[in-house]
Write a protein that binds this ligand. Structure first.
Ligand SMILES: Cc1ncc(COP(=O)(O)O)c(C=O)c1O
Ligand SMILES: N[C@@H](CCOP(=O)(O)O)C(=O)O
Length: 479
């Protein structure tokens, strides 16, 4: 398996290619692009049929193995995957609390919610970050190397990344979150981890500011102490997307794949989760529709509606994890929209950088719209959807999930096609939205029951790159 970057020309003999381990151990490519597989592994209808009934960990091994391209031996890879998706019957640190790992819950005649919040930090991020932490630890330990992990979070990636990396002596982890812009539960999940290798930094800015500093740090790594390597835990790291592909297979298989098409409604911010669904389709899974469900930070909705991808000021919403304007993974989709022409993509990204807007040729945009639908939901409709869903089915959704539910209600999709909303977080993480919907927030699960009393540790920094980089240099244990 070879990986290319989005900004190199596909098929060009001089295009930079990398293997799995090198892609895993980095963030952005040196040309500023993102890594993607040169070709996707293919699963025939018959091969997909053979996957029916597999437990989650075995399904994950089958889907992930081709992406690793033989660079991690099968026995080790299987063990890392088994450990990542181990289950217990109650919430516990570092395991999934539901035997199905990603259970489906029916909310309508042909509508389902896939619960992706049974992992240790109660959000879908655990699916990728439990595995990513283990993969990084394994590869670095084998090479005798150490790394600095740098990530930006609007609330959920941070705690999942910390949970995935905290036990690794090979990793020092630095997580930037926007100061006072994540929920209290989200903040405490990060800042109450007092391990020596964990550094939480609240940046006086928004998520996009945090993400921009991460990307700038990958682009110019001269600030790093000698002999250190910088690794991304955000979805710019391909391994994140790879792990998220698995649950699309899992849900579709339960609902009739490969003999039936399935639609997915995905609460979307950085475009990583829904891009994993796009990759699953590219591997042969019959994904009939992908619904981009945004909150009022709706740059992606505006693109799919009007071919108008344009920056606007970021708004603070009741679904804070999706308060993102510039979506990292959109670049990966754009490459396909441009016929995999990396040079054209590089030009388009430059235009976006300088003007804050971009458009793709009309024909390419119309083509992608055969697969993608989109819908924008504001705070008021998010709350009314939480309340309505609860009234009609007894189900309590978190605000991000509610945005996915709302999108299905608004769009007129084929009633015969099963539709799955990705439930990306547990409602306990967002009591504000639940209470504004007129409902009572659930209690914290046992392994987090004292979260609000735990000691916290974090630093508050200005939105200033040199200040951040000096801080990282100073705090790194491996320097
Ligand atoms: C709870 C929740 N829902 C949805 C999203 C959006 O996912 P993505 O950024 O992969 O589009 C996020 C953050 O990324 C999240 O934390
Ligand atoms: N919503 C995310 C934002 C970061 O996105 P990522 O998927 O690229 O890590 C969060 O909760 O931190």
């Amino acid at each position: 398996m070879k990986y290319i970057t989005t900004r190199s020309s596909y098929g060009q003999s001089k295009a930079e290619t990398k293997g799995f381990q090198d892609v895993l151990l980095t963030g952005l490519a040196s040309d500023g692009g993102l890594y993607i597989p040169a070709e996707l592994p293919q699963f025939s209808k018959e091969a997909i049929r053979q996957l029916r009934g597999l437990p989650y960990n075995e399904l994950a091994f089958t889907i992930i193995k081709p992406f690793a391209g033989g660079e991690i031996d099968d026995t080790t890879l299987k063990q890392l995957i088994d450990d990542s998706y181990s289950t217990t019957t109650g919430f516990e640190q570092s395991s999934f609390s539901h035997r199905a790992v990603a259970p489906l819950h029916q909310i309508g005649s042909n509508e389902w919610i896939m619960e992706l919040f049974h992992g240790p930090t109660l959000a879908f991020k655990d699916f990728a970050l439990q595995l990513l932490g283990r993969l990084l630890n394994h590869v670095l330990t084998e090479r005798g190397e150490k790394a600095i992990v740098l990530g930006a979070t609007s609330g959920d990636t941070g705690s999942a990344a910390i949970e995935g990396c905290r036990h690794s002596d090979a990793l020092d982890i630095f997580i930037l979150h926007p100061y006072q812009r994540v929920s209290e539960v989200q903040r405490r999940q990060m800042t109450s981890v007092l391990a020596d290798n964990v550094n939480n930094i609240a940046i006086k800015g928004n998520f996009d500011d945090c993400q921009a500093m991460v990307k700038q740090s990958f682009a110019d790594q001269s600030f790093l102490p000698d002999n250190t390597r910088l690794v991304a835990v955000n979805s710019i790291n391909w391994a994140r997307i790879m792990a998220q592909v698995v649950y699309y297979f899992h849900a579709a298989l339960l609902l009739g794949a490969p003999d039936r098409e399935v639609a997915f409604s995905v609460p979307t911010g950085n475009f990583g989760d829904i891009f994993a669904g796009y990759i699953a389709r590219g591997m042969g899974l019959p994904v009939g529709k992908l619904v981009v469900a945004t909150n009022q930070n709706d740059i992606l909705h505006r693109f799919f509606k009007d071919n108008d991808y344009r920056k606007q000021p970021l708004e603070h919403s009741l679904s804070p994890s999706m308060d993102i304007m510039v979506s990292s993974n959109f670049e990966r989709l754009l490459l396909d929209m441009l016929g995999r022409d990396g040079n054209r993509l590089a030009q388009l990204m430059e235009t976006f950088q300088s003007t804050g807007k971009l458009q793709v040729p009309e024909a390419n945009w119309l083509e992608i719209k055969n697969l993608f639908e989109s819908c924008r939901t504001d705070d008021a409709d998010t709350c009314s959807t939480i309340a309505q869903l609860h009234r009609e089915t007894g189900y309590l959704a978190d605000p991000h999930t509610a945005i996915g539910v709302r999108a299905l209600q608004e769009l007129n999709l084929d009633p015969r096609m099963p539709k799955v909303v990705l439930a990306t977080a547990h409602p306990v993480k967002f009591p504000d939205a639940v209470e504004k919907a007129g409902l009572q927030s659930p209690s914290l699960p046992p392994h987090m029951s004292d979260l609000l009393q735990r000691e916290e540790r974090y630093s508050v920094l200005e939105n200033d790159l040199p200040e951040l980089q000096a801080f990282i240099r100073q705090q790194t244990r491996h320097a």
